[in-house]
Design a protein. Sequence first.
Length: 666
Amino acid sequence: MSSIYSSVIFRYGLSNFVYPIRFSSRAQNNKTGVLSISEENFPPSGFMKDLDSPPGRMSTLSEKRNNGSDGESMRDAIEERIFDFSPSSINQSNHIKKTGFRARPKLASAHAVLSSKLEDPVNMQTNAYEEAEDMKPEPLEHFCMDPLPIPAGETTKDKDIEEQKVKERVTASENLVEEGSKVVLNAATRKSLWRSKIELRERLKEGMRGRLEASLESIDEGNEGDFSNKRLHRKKSWGSRQRNTQPLGSSRDGEHYVEESMEKDGEEELVPHPVLSRVLFHSSTSSSSSFNNSSAESDEVFSENEDTVARRQTMRKCRSWRTFLTMMQWSKCTPSSWIQLAGHQGIQDFDPDHTFTFYQNPSGYRCKIDLCIYFVSALSVSSILKTENEFCMFCLGNVRLSEGGEVLKRFCEVEAICLQALMSDALCQFVPHYFGHISQDGERYIRLKDLLSGLKNPVIMDCKMGVRTYQEEEIIKARSNASIRSDMYQKMVKVDPAAPTAEEHAQKGVTKLRYLQWRDDSSSTSSLGFRIEGIVMGNGKVLREFYKTRTEAQVTETLLNFTRRQVHILEAYESRLQALNEALKESSFFNRHEIIGSSLLFVHDCSSKANIWMIDFGKTIPTPVDVQLRHDVPWVEGNREDGYLIGLTSLITLLGEAIKQAGEQS
Ligand SMILES: O=P(O)(O)O[C@H]1[C@H](O)[C@@H](OP(=O)(O)O)[C@H](OP(=O)(O)O)[C@@H](OP(=O)(O)O)[C@H]1O
Ligand SMILES: Nc1ncnc2c1ncn2[C@@H]1O[C@H](COP(=O)(O)OP(=O)(O)O)[C@@H](O)[C@H]1O
């Protein structure tokens, strides 16, 4: 089991994967969670107390699937080796993967954000497709360790000896795992594992206390003096933001229960949730990118030309926390593999026993572990993991898997209104069913049908549609208030170091509009009216390096790789797109909306099920009454054309080309 954890990070580092097994393991023991221990609830006594009670929200999904602390002893006893990066552990990890005991990936790769190593997208894709062929997903049951009830009333006198014993037993249990045997431990072993776990945790906390005290000063850097004023201001911001968010009405049909009562129940309060409130005491307005106003907010977060360092610092904290609160969860009981392909992602490392926030600043990455601040470069992330030896890594996003064949997406009023309208539109059959919205622990979500539910090892591709991915309003905003985004500059430089202008290099930042335009021009968006955002292969391998996939030949090749040149799959996609083309002609929604940043999600599986869905309406807005969109003509500023049909036509054409090529070769 510990080697699995090692494998998680190691494979991530080398092969652009994230295998957040530890998270799953936590979830199945109802211990998942990161506490919002902040300056406010320090000192360590509070810290220690809080550590023992994970927040409800983080364990919501797992609670229903698990019944207690089974497996906890084993799991925690091996924590000491979680991030063993030694060559031997790496080899062992690979061996375990081959023997069929490895985790399936949960989320999209974080590598694209973290790694500063530039890779040739074409080569990377080719290799990845090839590698994908060899990697078959293993059954989820392999995750299960033998349940280990916590023994009672036993004492251990010599901690070091006991710790050593634990290490030996963990090694022994790994061997069992490698041999494919079921791990069965007797009561004495379980007892000692559990005892050592407690002791190790205590030692860890002692060490952490020391670090916390030593770094209190750095935490308050920029925050001293007017701390209480800021706190008040942040509290107000949260309150007003909440009040400005209007709840939607019930969903179209009565069977879809929108939990409005929960909202009335204090959701509009200034401090809506015990965990959230502590977070928000130390944060201001938040970044939630798919919200209509999110772009502005997230711009602020990374703005380099406003106010003070202290303000930026506060905003960054807020961003990372808000991101944390939308973290996806994946239990081992998840019926289908699930992934967030495109869309908003952050990176966060965490250990459920510690507050861990991870975010960018102009000079690199910044980590806050409990109250300790670490400044690190992107390349140092694995070093942090080594140093701390206790954190795992995963991606975050706006969408997370829920129960009952649904996904939850962070609430966006613009999107919710679109989805509501689409449920009674000619496009209804092309949009995931919208079940209304729900509130959970102070956060609102859109409930959507999980489009991967029922698919076996789904293969997924996200294509962002249209000839531009920014709204006209964003141009106006950029002219009047051009916030500089260092995160976007970093993303840009990573793909093409020569892309920024001298001025942008000097300020180490670009405007969001500039970044989005650069993305559109470097990819096929501007020329073909769509671009490939990401692909998940059947084994869960995630490919996201399509920044420079621009020409028709490159796209066709990608389509062939994505479908493994299976003509019947390509034909199914082509026919679905033709049906969509017809439905769009009938759609009054399409007639009245400017569709920006929306995607077509292609999904097929090994049983030859294939489908295409329209998703992501966070930037889809009604056109002004005096504008009649055609969707198939080039965009010039002011005409509001989105080029959706240009993209659809290109896709159909290139699928036809792929079918031709696949047919010729077979
Ligand atoms: O795909 P990459 O190159 O990472 O760039 C992303 C996408 O363009 C997002 O759009 P989408 O959600 O359509 O994928 C956009 O969110 P918006 O929807 O807010 O424009 C992000 O802006 P920020 O969220 O501001 O970082 C931007 O950083
Ligand atoms: N209904 C759904 N079922 C399954 N996966 C989904 C669904 N909606 C979104 N996703 C996954 O989440 C990703 C991001 O969704 P999207 O709506 O584009 O979010 P964002 O607004 O953050 O860009 C998609 O690429 C897809 O992989």
